[in-house]
Design a protein. Sequence first.
Length: 147
Amino acid sequence: MERTYLMIKPDGVQRNLIGEVVSRFEKKGFTLVGAKLMTVSKETAETHYAEHKERPFFGELVDFITSGPVFAMVWEGENVISTARTMMGATNPADAAPGTIRGDYGVQVAMNVIHGSDSPESAAREISIFFTEEELNSYDKTISKWV
Ligand code: DAT
Ligand code: MG
């Protein structure tokens, strides 16, 4: 079963959107296998966002993601990686469709509420950066054959 790494960024945590965002993925039918409120270190932020190292906004990105607690999560389900990206909406909230998380709650590109892995490779990499095996729960729901 596919897993993805989702993270409510400091803006989402401080705007009290944890419950709202978690609720969307719960109602969709995905399974939460790990979650924690945590403050990301500069080193971890630089590792997580390594692909953007050369971009002009890299410094700001690292400063922002380390500026306050994030809510780190691992979700499981069929096609959860791409479906979560669809539910998040476009990177720039100005381009994100209404009904998506960024479309409904974001304004600025740097503060776009949520991070989500963009491929199976990045999901595996990001999950291992933020969670140990012991922190992840494998369980079957009785309704799993319905959703
Ligand atoms: P996504 O988060 O949709 O995967 P990304 O990987 O291209 O988008 O960029 C990572 C984050 O960097 C993004 O969520 C917000 C920030 N970012 C992207 N483009 C930016 C820009 N032009 N200016 C400032 N921040 C930007
Ligand atoms: Mg990305």
